[in-house]
Design a protein around this ligand. Structure first.
Ligand SMILES: *Cc1c(COP(=O)(O)O)cnc(C)c1O
Length: 240
């Protein structure tokens, strides 16, 4: 029996293949393995039917709002869901209940809360600390200096249920992808600085790079890239 792929599925497959080809190409050029870069498909603006279609060909999704994550995750429980956007205090429980990885932990207070919730609900969750490298007021995240100064406290707070595995950042919107390089370089250096200390845990993950700058992020060591618009490119026009 042949199953016909709808136009949505076909477009998504083409977009995904082209992004994966770029990931492989960039990895090859800088001597990294494509297996070391995870593509988090950001579905925050995607219609539900696109998400369902994508779930047939990809298995790691990221949502920005915990409410939408909580609506979608139970319907696609075999997908690994990541929480990538800011978390209000009263939404922390949703994030812990529905995400396997939380990229956007931007304060010690939130970290404490997530750890407590993860322990109470016996749900292990991977935690990345969001760092505001560019220092823009509009961006949330730890100040890099605060991370190094309070590292002992941070490391002590995270536990076995909320496992601290890495750092995340967002580059300022630039004219060209090169503009993001200093920010990605700085995040990579920060991880190295932390890992040189002998206080566990070791940070293995660097979540950085979006549709407009993921090549540069990979060159600077990204292990997770978060891609939305490039993946769903061309879909709106099909619908109208
Ligand atoms: C929306 C979003 C992305 C994806 O951005 P695109 O430019 O659409 O690829 C990545 N990370 C975060 C935190 C986001 O909110």
């Amino acid at each position: 029996m042949t199953q016909e792929l709808g136009p949505i599925q076909t477009k998504l497959r083409t977009n995904l293949e082209s992004i994966n080809a770029r990931i492989s190409g960039t990895c090859r050029a800088c001597g990294r393995s494509p297996n070391d870069v995870r593509l988090v498909a950001v579905t925050k603006y995607a219609r539900w039917e696109w998400v369902q279609a994508l779930a047939k060909i990809h298995s790691t999704f990221g949502e920005s709002r915990p409410q939408q994550l909580a609506e979608r995750q139970p319907q696609l429980p075999r997908i690994q869901w990541h929480q990538i956007g800011q978390i209000q205090r009263n939404k922390a429980r949703l994030a812990v209940q529905h995400a396997s990885v939380i990229h956007s932990v931007d304060s010690l207070k939130l970290l404490k809360r997530l750890c407590l919730l993860a322990e109470q609900s016996d749900r292990p969750v991977e935690i990345l600390l969001q760092v505001n490298i560019s220092g823009e007021r509009s961006k949330s995240g730890f100040d890099p200096g605060v991370i190094t100064d309070s590292w002992e406290t941070i490391a002590r707070t995270a536990g076995t249920h909320a496992k601290l595995t890495g750092l995340m950042t967002m580059a300022p919107i630039g004219k060209i992808s090169e503009d993001a390089r200093p920010v990605f370089k700085r995040l990579s250096q920060l991880r190295q600085q932390i890992n040189e200390r002998d206080t566990s845990p070791e940070l293995t993950e660097l979540s950085m790079g979006m549709s407009s700058d993921f090549d540069v992020a990979i060159e600077e060591g990204a292990t997770m890239i978060r891609i939305g618009s490039a993946l769903f490119d061309g879909l709106e026009t099909n619908e109208h």
